[in-house]
Design a protein around this ligand. Structure first.
Ligand SMILES: Cc1cc2nc3c(=O)[nH]c(=O)nc-3n(C[C@H](O)[C@H](O)[C@H](O)COP(=O)(O)OP(=O)(O)OC[C@H]3O[C@@H](n4cnc5c(N)ncnc54)[C@H](O)[C@@H]3O)c2cc1C
Length: 401
């Protein structure tokens, strides 16, 4: 957004509570790699031109990449400046920070979609003897007390953490709710390449039937690894991870209760994957790629035990740590505008907030399916900066939501 505003000569400032790339510096596990390939992290004025376009950036590489971009575009960042409130004022907004106040006609809320790890309320019933971490506070296997681990959530964060812990010698149980399985490489190309080329990631917020539902869809079960291997529940079963259903309850005496929906969840996930691959096959056929890429293939169905356990005694099973990989939510405790819905999310129409001159960035399916990816920021910023410029010009905004 900063780059797009600069292109339009719109005077602006970026307020950042930490350093540039703060969330990557402080809220991710050590071994994380982007699950999007290098070529896919396109930003306004930046295209990857290194020698490993299909590789996946490590955490230090991600931090260097974002900090390097901020420097390259001379982004006017004020670091260590925490926004403590945003309020309406006569001609715009007053932004209060730990380092003084700002007045502005427009404000872009780009504070991130993943500020707080979501932990289901039943987490409060966990006995004190069991440590509780989240995908945000987990760093590496040695951080954990000895003993078994229950990872709750089987999307990209949960499967990656379960994989790392099991391979480090822990006995891992993975609680599986709704998730979407995906092969890393399909017909010889990265799945992200297919989704990008076939326009799946460009699908707009006003083209889907149920945008509220689309915004809640879990992340694809993808991981970025040097060998470009697929990480799915079958791989985890092969290395010894125990699969159980969605965590449905914790009793007073420390018994975990799992929903009986595991088979169903896995069948649904296999079905969603098949539909995505069929769409890709259709696109490849229609665009004359069938003879230039490998033929279609399908992963075998997800293997699930005949009768997966419905309960587990925490003490007897030796579980000493629970890691919640159950998603994230934004933190708007500082936002004093009447724009939050019942769930505490900013109400918006494709990033245009109901408070005049306020905009939102970086949310799931904000304007496009790719909006919450690094690669999605550019198109959204181009659209929203155009609207913002028109607003500043006092012209009727040209762009419909
Ligand atoms: C585990 C995980 C893995 C991911 N993997 C990928 C991936 O492989 N590929 C990909 O494209 N995307 C990935 N994403 C999504 C990625 O995080 C987003 O695409 C990207 O970070 C969005 O950038 P952003 O600037 O909108 O938000 P953020 O990166 O969250 O940045 C928001 C910034 O706002 C600052 N801030 C927040 N509140 C305040 C305040 N009150 N005052 C001042 N500053 C504040 C924060 O410190 C932070 O620096 C992943 C996300 C997670 C959680």
């Amino acid at each position: 957004m900063s780059r797009c505003l600069a292109e339009r000569s719109i005077d602006h400032v970026l307020l950042e509570r930490g350093e540039v790339a703060h969330t990557w510096r402080t809220e991710r596990w050590d071994s994380l790699r982007l699950l999007t390939p290098n070529w896919q992290s396109r930003l306004p004025g930046f295209r990857y031109d290194g020698n490993d376009p299909d590789g996946y950036r490590t955490l230090p590489e991600i931090i260097d990449f974002i900090a390097g971009y901020a420097k390259a575009i001379s982004a006017p960042v004020r670091t260590h400046t925490t926004v403590t409130s945003v309020r309406s004022a006569d001609t715009g907004y007053v932004v209060r920070t730990n380092r003084g106040d700002w007045r502005c006609r427009t404000v872009v809320l780009a504070s991130g979609a993943c500020n707080i790890a979501r932990v289901p309320s039943l987490g409060a019933r966990l006995p004190r003897s069991v440590a509780s971490l989240t995908a945000q506070s987990y760093r590496n296997p040695p951080q954990l007390a000895d003993g078994g681990v229950l990872v709750v959530g089987a999307s990209s964060s949960g499967t990656q953490i379960a994989n790392e812990l099991q391979r480090s010698g822990r006995a891992v149980t993975l609680s599986v709710g709704e998730h979407i399985r995906a092969p890393r490489v399909y017909r010889g190309k990265d799945l992200e390449w297919w989704m990008d080329a076939a326009g799946v990631l460009d699908e707009r917020h006003d083209q889907v039937d149920d945008i509220a539902r689309a915004r809640r869809v879990p992340s694809l079960q993808l991981a970025g690894t040097p060998d470009r291997s697929t990480l799915d529940l079958n791989v985890l079963t092969d290395i010894g991870v125990t699969l159980v259903g969605r965590l449905a309850g914790i009793t007073e005496d420390g018994k975990l209760q799992f929903a009986g929906s595991l088979r169903n969840m896995c069948a649904m996930s296999d079905l969603k994957m098949r539909r995505l691959l069929e769409l890709i096959d259709e696109w490849a056929r229609a665009n004359g790629l069938d003879d230039t890429v490998e033929p279609p293939d399908r992963l075998p169905p997800t293997r699930v035990a005949e009768a997966p356990p419905l309960g587990m005694d925490l003490v007897k099973s030796g579980i000493k740590t629970i890691i919640w990989a159950t998603g994230y939510r934004p933190d708007y405790s500082w936002l004093e505008l009447p724009v939050l819905d019942r769930k505490g999310m900013v109400s918006h129409d494709g990033g245009i907030v109901s408070s005049p001159g306020a905009y939102l960035m970086g949310m799931q399916f904000l304007r496009r399916r790719k909006s919450a990816l690094i690669d999605g920021a550019g198109d959204d910023a181009r659209d929203l900066s155009a609207h913002l410029a028109a607003y500043l010009d006092n012209a009727a905004p040209r762009l419909s939501a």
